[in-house]
Design a protein around this ligand. Sequence first.
Ligand code: PLP
Length: 464
Amino acid sequence: MKYQSTRGGCPEQSFEQVLLTGLAPDGGLYVPTELPHYSMQEIASWRELSYPELALKVITPFIGDEIPAADLRAIIEASYAQFNHADVAPLQSLGNEEYVLELFHGPTLAFKDFALQVLGRLLDYVLTKRDKRVVILGATSGDTGSAALEGCRHSDRVDIFILHPHNRVSDVQRKQMTTVQGDNVFNLAVEGNFDDCQRIVKAAFADQSFLAEDRQLVAVNSINWARILMQIVYYFSAALRLGGPEKAVSFSVPTGNFGDIYAGYLAKQMGLPIDQLVVATNKNDILHRFIAHNDYSVTELAKTYSPSMDILVSSNFERYLFDVYDRDGAALADFMAHAGKDLLSVPAARWERVAAMFDSAAVDDDTTCEVIASVKAENGMLLDPHSAIGVEAARRTRRDSAVPMITLATAHPAKFSEAITAAGLASPALPEHLADLFEREEQFSVVANSLEAVTDFVKSHARS
Ligand SMILES: *Cc1c(COP(=O)(O)O)cnc(C)c1O
């Protein structure tokens, strides 16, 4: 399988090349040049597979012969052995053909573990093969950081630097990052907000001259294609357990950078019968306004109870827009250069395709708390705020009550106790393997809000 940039300005790359980088040199994101397509019969034949076996079926065509099958199998099996539930991604019923897909049984309690457990092992494998070492640099508003550290800390071939906004992540999220031990692990608390962190990371990727010559930066946020790839799997897994592919199902996805829902869109393009794909947002609702009204204007960033979705402009949306622009990289590059500034909508014919593909809703903090309380009262299930937004968006947009509607539960409620207590419920306990989190020793460095402060830190701490 080959990969191309969404802006059409650079040569095609292999899976390994795409794995070992961030954005394409022309500023675009890498996407496969074509998608595998499966018949209903073929998808149905996967019904009895375990989660790791299903993952191998789904991802192998995207990797081709770059990684031998036995090695890929070992990577996948080791990754999902870290999960605390036999089903890996279990489904729970809310009645009325409504379901919740629990994606928080991995080591760091958010769906990011599905991809980052694999990404860490893939990197180690490829770097060992090439006898190479890299520097991982990433910014996090909370969940990506801990999942990336947990997925990559065992690799002797990476030094990993994660930026988070100082004093602006939850206590649990910070502790999960800063208590990870390892002499290749560095947490930087930047005296700024998440956007500042992202800006610094982007600038560092654009000019990597501060690194030793034999090093390069690798991205662990969802601009890295491997993140998207691993998330396609649970759409197949959930659908197969609810009667798919003979029966269509719908998904509602709490959305920030559009990585998770984009994986659902790809599953549908690959032949999985999906009826509705619902983009669930909080008050930061640019995607909802765009899908509902063709309004792509950028507003002020609002702080909400669902911080992992507090994002203004979603990086992965470009991957989807590439298809909306009929894979014309030059036309998309032109749109991206003006998007959100002087260009606030796309031509009507293109937007109609967006509106036909996705439903959407924006859910505010008060409603989020109401949903957390009512689902707890009616079903005994405690949703985290992101997942609650997904459930509410599903209910607002659902067209056919006979079609199973599956909401992706993206995080464990113990990660976001502020919303739970605001909903009038007791703060949930952390699962056993994290029960002593607050007693563990923290290690992080506070750095100034500047590119130079961060690159100087990386330069002096990366192992030679
Ligand atoms: C990252 C995250 C999201 C958003 O996922 P995207 O792929 O960025 O759309 C939603 N909920 C939680 C808990 C997350 O950690």
